[in-house]
Design a protein around this ligand. Sequence first.
Ligand code: NDP
Length: 425
Amino acid sequence: MKDIMKSYKRKSSHSTEREFGGTLGATCIPVLLPLTVLYLLSVCRSPAASVLQWPPPLPPIAQLWDPLAAVLIAGWITLQSFLYLLPVGKVSEGLVLRDRSRLKYPINGFHALSITVVLLSICLYLGMPLGYLFELVLPLAVCAIAVSYLLSMYLYIRSFWAPQHALALGGNTGNPLYDFFMGRELNPRIGDFDLKYFCELRPGLIGWVVINLGMLMKEVELRGSPSLAMLLVNGFQLLYVTDALWNEEAVLTTMDIVHDGFGFMLAFGDLAWVPFTYGLQAMFLVVHPQSLSNLEAAGIVVLNGIGYYIFRKSNSQKNQFRRDPTHKSVSHLETIATATGKRLLVSGWWGFVRHPNYLGDLLMALAWSLPCGLSHILPYFYVTYFTVLLIHREARDEKQCKAKYGLAWDTYCSRVPYRIIPYIY
Ligand code: NDP
């Protein structure tokens, strides 16, 4: 223990800056967010589905635990770990690290999704009651939250054996609560198995669409066939997850992988928050069916299509530019030179607003909620939360870009004055 504390002092005199409300935020968020997940799931399944109802429709403690849920979560993480280790797909290198090395990552997330879809189809063919996920969703969420706590504790403890250069610059303040929350180690690995990269796009993201499918099957059990609204929610969110896994390599240049340590914030976000709150709309539709005209459905499909187009085109343009600025699809774009040698795009999508990818993502988020009608606030939870997340994320990214690029970043901001929504924000 003494050794740990000594090594802690030696290695932790690094970051002084605090994000997410500092120590107070890092103390409250790990308590409040898991409770929020359970609260939202309970409200969503209640007849009123109102976030304003008092007292809140909290389930009896006995309904929060089911050994089957623990078995399913353990089996799910084991299955996804096995798929991660399959020697299929290419292997890609991450960005250069502080010790000048580059880590290798398997790009086989899309294979993992495809194999999961085949396995699910077999389960359905064999008559397995996937709709039972609706009954099991609270205990499943409790187990996922427990796993994210256990994983974060493991990550925090093991980080004291990591070399200095392997620590994230932001989660290394010396304050145990804050560092536990932000994550001390940048790329914790067991052998070649990268824990952060695995959690980022596999168990939670694929788990999210499996839960959605469970809700669809529950609707079939209850009403004989899936509703148009349920098909839209399932289809839109499956497209989003498939896109993320098809373009898995792009995650290697995101803030989560490049900058943030792996601690409670990302572990909980990836394993519990995403699968159990992003699909609230599907859960809502099981209890509160909505009828949707073909015209309304067409309007929502168009909105999702526009959002997806902006999101995909802008992300691909920047990724292509960062990979190979001389490529013919980006070589004609106007750029600004920076002191780091990297250039910033000032025309094309990144000359439209400073985060066109966030704009597209937000339009899609709205399209995912609209099939649930306008009578309840709850299905709009995702788009509301996501707006706050992206505004906060934009501010964090802006700060990092300002630190990286200095005056060149100021020039970019004056050339492209709007952050996410043209003429508004
Ligand atoms: P971004 O893809 O927006 O990348 C930001 C980085 O891009 C900057 O740090 C900078 O890095 C580079 N950059 C910024 N401006 C320019 C420019 N003009 N020219 C060239 N490079 C520039 O990061 P995110 O990880 O935040 O988002 C990725 C995607 O993931 C987005 O579509 C977002 O909506 C989505 N997302 C979804 C979430 C969800 O829960 N559904 C959560 C978070 C994100 P550098 O210069 O070092 O290359």
